[in-house]
Design a binder for this molecule. Structure first.
Ligand SMILES: [Zn+2]
Length: 319
C-alpha cells in the first residue's frame, strides 16, 4: 500500500538509477572521450557531461513499467477462474506461484537492457489506426522497417507469440516448473498488451506536457481503486493464432489511449496538483476502461494458457 503523496517506489528507483548511472557515466566516459592527463580527470569535460545527459535522457524517456504490480497480480489471479475443468485444478494449485511471478518480466528489465522493448509497441509510429503498414509477421516487419526500428518501437505482440510457443513446448515436454513460470510470464505480457498507454509513443504523457501519466494511470489509480474492481469473467477459449491475436489486443487497447490522455488533462483543470480530487475525477472517466482492460487481460491470459495446453496435445497435468 502506498501513502498519499509518496512517489511510487518503481519510479523512484528509475530516477535513483538514472542519477547513479549518470554519475557513473560522467566518471567512466571521461577517459575514453579525452586524452587529458590523469591529474586533470576530476573536472568534467563537455563530452562527459553530454554522455551523462544522454544516459539520463535515455532512462527518463524509457517507458514506465506498464501496469503496476497490483494489476499484474490481479490478472494472473483472475485468469485461473476462466479455465475449463480439465486444467483448472493444476492452475488453481499453483495460483499463488502465478501471482508471485506475475511481475518477473518487469524485474528482468533491471538486468537485461533488451527486456524493456518486449513490453510495449508504439503503434502510432506506423501511421494511423489500424496501422495497416505494419506487417504482423515479424520477418516481414523487419524486412520493411529494419531490425533496429522494430526493436526500438516495441516487440510486445511478437513477444506474446514467442512465450506462447515456449509454454506449448513446456507442456509437450511435461516440464511442469517451466510451465508454471512461462504461464506467469505470459500473463504479464498479455496484460501489458491490454495497457492502452503501452501502445503509444506518448506513453507517459511526455509529448503533451502530462509527464507522469503512466504512474497515475497504471499504478496509482489501480492501487487506489482496485478493491472496487469486478472481474467480467469469460470462459477460456482456443486462440487460433497467438501472435495475430496479440495484435488484436494491442489494437483494441490502443483505441482507448487518446481518451485516457484527454481525461488526465481534464481531471486536473482547476486543481493545484494531482490530489484526491484529481484521482476521483480521473477514475470517473477511465475507471471502466481499467476494469474492462484488466478483465480482458485475465480472460485472454486464460485463453492463452488453455491454447498452449491444447496445442501441446492435451497432456495430463500433475495433481
Ligand atoms: Zn511489463
Amino acid at each position: 500500500m502506498q501513502r498519499e503523496n509518496e512517489p511510487h517506489c518503481a519510479k523512484q528507483k528509475i530516477l535513483r538509477g538514472a542519477c547513479s548511472l549518470a554519475k557513473l557515466s560522467m566518471m567512466s566516459a571521461r577517459p575514453f572521450l579525452t586524452n587529458e592527463p590523469p591529474g586533470r580527470r576530476d573536472a568534467f569535460s563537455p563530452a562527459a557531461v553530454a554522455a551523462a545527459l544522454l544516459v539520463l535522457w535515455l532512462i527518463a524517456t524509457a517507458p514506465a513499467y506498464a501496469w503496476g504490480p497490483t494489476a499484474h497480480r490481479l490478472t494472473n489471479r483472475w485468469a485461473v477462474d476462466t479455465l475449463p475443468p480439465e486444467i483448472r485444478a493444476f492452475f488453481q494449485a499453483n495460483r499463488e506461484f502465478l501471482i508471485e511471478h506475475a511481475n518477473d518480466p518487469d524485474a528482468a528489465m533491471k538486468k537485461d537492457k533488451h527486456e524493456r522493448e518486449l513490453h510495449y509497441i508504439y503503434l502510432d509510429k506506423y501511421g494511423i489506426f489500424p496501422y495497416l503498414k505494419l506487417p504482423h509477421s515479424f520477418d516481414q516487419a523487419v524486412e520493411r522497417y529494419g531490425s533496429g526500428r522494430i526493436h526500438r518501437d516495441g516487440m510486445l505482440p511478437w513477444q506474446v507469440g514467442k512465450i506462447s510457443l515456449r509454454l506449448t513446448e513446456a507442456f509437450k515436454t511435461q516440464n511442469w516448473e517451466e510451465v508454471k513460470l512461462d504461464a506467469a510470464l505470459l500473463g504479464h505480457y498479455v496484460a501489458d498488451a491490454h495497457d492502452p498507454l503501452h501502445t503509444t509513443q506518448n506513453y507517459d504523457g511526455q509529448l503533451t506536457d502530462q509527464v507522469g501519466l503512466a504512474d497515475r494511470f497504471e499504478i496509482r489509480l489501480v492501487d487506489k481503486f482496485s478493491s472496487f474492481f469486478m472481474f467480467a469473467r469469460r470462459d477460456a477459449s482456443k486462440i487460433t493464432d497467438p501472435t495475430e491475436y496479440a495484435f488484436d489486443m494491442v489494437l483494441e487497447s490502443n483505441t482507448w489511449a487518446d481518451h485516457i490522455i484527454l481525461a488526465d488533462r481534464e481531471a486536473l483543470i482547476g486543481l493545484p496538483d494531482y490530489n484526491e480530487d484529481y484521482y476521483d475525477r480521473f477514475y470517473s472517466q477511465v475507471g471502466s476502461i481499467v476494469v474492462r482492460e484488466l478483465s480482458g487481460a485475465a480472460n485472454d491470459t486464460g485463453s492463452y494458457w488453455y491454447t498452449a495446453w491444447l496445442n501441446a496435445g492435451r497432456p495430463e497435468l500433475p495433481h
